[in-house]
Design a protein. Structure first.
Length: 202
């Protein structure tokens, strides 16, 4: 089993790959994407596929003994016995990616014994790179400098806060809000923070 030092080394070894994949995703969008639709009617582009290949190749090279589970690959998806694996979402927010918006991210997490251990998230259009390799060890790269993030819980006891990037909730999500939550607040988007959010209390 890998120790904390190994997790840190692996995490840092992946940052440049994420930055490269992000740059590639933007270049491909600027050059014109080819979009298809999956069985669930969600879009997938050649950008999704290329980023998946970049991440998969690097992860396989770095940790060859750890299987990959990716949204854009059928491999290992039906293996319910996996306890340690890489979980990849090459481009989360493909709809925004396709429509020239900024709200899309490149993501990977190392799950060890069914618990998240390493996590990397990169928002290429915003040039925001986040990563973590241990509890209390979460960072963002700002102006080419590593900045440690405050991971203290900011919500009150028995309170749940959720954030979403759209000012219109999908009907199926709103149904869950109504079913499970006693308080729903949706803010108006602002120029300073161009997203809306929902705050709920159980």
């Amino acid at each position: 089993m890998m120790n904390k030092i190994d997790y840190k080394e692996i995490c840092y070894s992946l940052i440049d790959t994420f930055l490269f994949a992000g740059k590639k995703s933007v270049e491909m969008r600027n050059g014109g994407l080819k979009t298809e639709y999956k069985e669930d009617n969600t879009p997938v582009t050649n950008g999704d596929i290329e980023v998946n290949k970049i991440l998969s190749d690097k992860l396989t090279k770095t940790t060859s003994n750890i299987p990959l589970v990716s949204e854009e690959s059928t491999k290992n998806k039906t293996n319910n016995n996996l306890t340690t694996f890489w979980l990849i979402d090459p481009i989360d927010g493909t709809y925004d990616y396709v429509n020239n918006k900024d709200e899309f991210t490149i993501n990977a997490a190392l799950i060890v014994n069914k618990l998240p251990t390493i996590g990397l998230i990169y928002a290429p259009a915003k040039n925001r790179m986040f990563y973590t390799y241990a509890s209390g060890e979460s960072f963002e790269i700002i102006n080419n400098k590593e900045v440690k993030l405050d991971c203290k819980k900011k919500t009150k006891a028995n309170q749940i806060k959720a954030v979403h990037y759209s000012d219109k909730l999908k009907p199926e999500i709103m149904k869950l809000h109504i079913k499970y939550l006693s308080l729903i607040h949706i803010s108006e988007p602002t120029r300073r923070t161009p997203i809306s959010y929902a705050v709920f209390c159980l």
